[in-house]
Design a protein around this ligand. Structure first.
Ligand code: LLP
Length: 439
């Protein structure tokens, strides 16, 4: 089960993961720092694979959720493919040793240059371009023709389903910029002959992220199934796969998210061996958050307690540039002290709690990790905290705002930790800048 404190828990009074104390890591590596658990990344991947047993499948990790090379390698070695959305993510996936036949390329703005690169890997061309518009399909045809290649394609279907999630991460409604409407897909199917370099192999769908109910997914699967039936008779070469996207939500606070098992059961009932489908298609999934979110935390240290009559501010050394989800979406991340006694109080006494805003040093009021939280009054400068559920869309959305070097990333595996991305230094901030005037 994906909960914030499942893989990060108190051992001998100190928040730890996989046998490593986070205090030790903070002492040796400093703060702020992202810490990930390898076991936590691998477990949901195995759950997906188990849940889809009996059907030909490929789990393509959504690289945008956590793109560190060591994480991609870890998942790749365990059999995962990758879902990418840019030339940069393609580069990362290939650097991590992912073979091209396990890469799918989503996104509405693929450039000709990105397409050319995806068509010309060392191991061939990528498994699928998930196409989002008719002009994109024409560009891909042109690029592939010029390289004398064939491009394998899935058409991304916009099923016009409300995923009931934050509007910024909702993608399956007609009004969203994503995917092709049914009429556009039918038009493409009927004019495929005009696109000699395109091999239509699949249909993809992704309606949004952090989905806490299976019912919108069910609606979209239903619409997808109807679409498949409608286009099948018009295809000279039958489809090979469907790509059902990502989106399974996780628990950040007390949400009841669907389990991977339940999600896979739904997939199986629509498209697996038990479904009434004549010949089951290969199933691809693109999960990100459910694999990464509760597999990582952001370690931080209190710099000041700023006391005020109504509530205090705890100023910490992490900021919105390190983890921007709370500032951007108003999203909730639980915050816990590394010392268990600070959380619960000393033996027999309950910790005295105080209404607190946990804020970073950036010059914006949006730089707040938690508003009006009841946190122990005993937390003072020098105490360390973990901002939980930060493994997905944490580091990948970080920036250098306020000229803050980005934090390191640490991976805990087999009882040991290692730095998988070093802390940026001030020199990194200006390495690509110059004030010399051009002659
Ligand atoms: N496939 C496609 C085509 C996507 O656009 C996404 C996410 C995924 C897969 C992975 O979805 P997941 O399994 O992670 O829900 N920055 C936001 C999330 C943006 C999600 C964008 N697309 C956040 O921090 O909540």
């Amino acid at each position: 089960m994906s909960t914030p404190l499942h893989y990060f828990n108190y051992q001998k009074g100190v928040l730890s993961t996989g046998g490593c104390s986070l205090t030790k890591i903070a002492e040796e590596v400093g703060t702020p720092a992202y810490v990930y658990s390898a076991e936590a990344f691998l477990t949901p991947l195995q759950e997906f694979r188990q849940g889809l047993q009996g059907v030909d499948h490929l789990i393509c990790f959504a690289v945008k959720s956590n793109s560190n090379l060591a994480i991609l390698k870890l998942l790749g070695d365990a059999g995962a493919g990758m879902d990418i959305v840019s030339g940069g993510e393609l580069y990362r996936a290939r650097q991590a040793g992912i073979s091209d036949d396990k890469i799918v390329f989503s996104g509405i703005g693929k450039t000709a240059k990105e397409m050319a690169s995806a068509l010309q890997g060392k191991t061939g061309s990528i498994y699928s371009f998930n196409i989002e518009s008719i002009p994109e399909l024409h560009t891909l045809n042109r690029v592939a023709l010029s390289l004398k290649k064939k491009a394998r394609v899935a058409l991304r279907f916009n099923p016009d389903v409300n995923p009931k999630t934050h509007p910024y991460i909702s993608t399956g409604l007609k009004e969203n910029k994503f995917g092709l409407h049914k009429s556009e897909i039918l038009k493409i199917v009927h004019t495929l002959k005009e696109l000699p370099a395109i091999e239509l192999r699949g249909i993809s769908v992704h309606i949004g992220s952090q989905l806490l109910s299976l019912s919108p997914l069910k609606d979209s699967f239903q619409k997808l199934k109807a679409l498949l039936l409608e286009i099948e008779p018009h295809l000279i070469i039958p489809l090979e796969f469907i790509d059902l996207g990502g989106g399974v939500g996780v628990c950040y606070k007390n949400e009841r998210a669907p389990s991977v098992q339940k999600y896979c059961d739904l997939v199986q009932s629509f498209f697996g061996k038990t479904s009434k489908q004549q010949k089951p298609l290969r199933i691809l999934l693109e999960p990100g958050r459910v694999i990464a979110a509760n597999s990582g935390i952001l370690l931080t240290e209190v710099i000041y307690r700023k006391e005020r009559p109504r509530k205090d501010f705890l100023v910490v050394d992490a900021a919105m540039n390190d983890l921007m989800r709370p500032a951007l979406y108003g999203s909730f991340h639980d915050i816990v002290p590394l010392q268990e006694t600070k959380r619960k109080g000393k033996k027999g006494q309950l910790a005295e709690l105080r209404k607190t805003d946990l804020v970073g040093p950036v010059c914006e009021s949006a730089d707040c990790f938690g508003k009006n939280r009841l946190l122990p009054r005993s937390l003072q400068a020098g105490d360390r905290l973990a901002i939980l559920s930060a493994g997905a869309y944490g580091f990948t959305m970080s920036s250098n705002y306020n000229s803050r070097p980005r934090p390191p990333e640490i991976l805990v595996e087999n009882g040991k930790y290692r730095v998988i991305r070093e802390r940026e230094q001030f020199e990194d901030l200006t390495a690509r800048e110059s004030f010399l005037t051009r002659s």
